[in-house]
Design a protein around this ligand. Structure first.
Ligand SMILES: [Zn+2]
Length: 101
């Protein structure tokens, strides 16, 4: 057969690898639906609930899933969302990655 491609384009390999576990999450958090949901939630809940419970007032920048989606938590249920500042969110994520989530 004469119509053999001169060069094999293997760029699909990278595309395939990009759909790893973490990137799947990124797709969700970058989705328009989530960004709108998060924005409207933080407009109505502008303070970090963790800091507030400790008597501090900190602006929330993260709409955090109380129960992670991977653990069966609902993505767009406000009852499963809490407003956190970056610091509290990082602390929570760190403890989750130690196997507590
Ligand atoms: Zn906080």
């Amino acid at each position: 057969m004469a119509n053999k491609p001169k060069k094999v384009n293997r760029s699909w390999v990278k595309v395939y690898e990009a759909f790893g576990r973490e990137d799947k999450d990124d797709n969700f958090y970058n989705s328009r639906r989530w960004r709108n949901f998060r924005k409207s939630y933080l407009e109505r809940n502008p303070l970090c609930v963790h800091c507030e419970s400790e008597g501090c007032v900190t602006a929330a920048t993260v709409a955090d899933h109380k129960i992670r989606m991977k653990a069966g938590g609902e993505a767009f249920a406000e009852s499963n969302i809490q407003a956190l500042c970056e610091k509290c969110h990082n602390r929570k994520s760190a403890s989750e990655s130690r196997g507590m989530g």
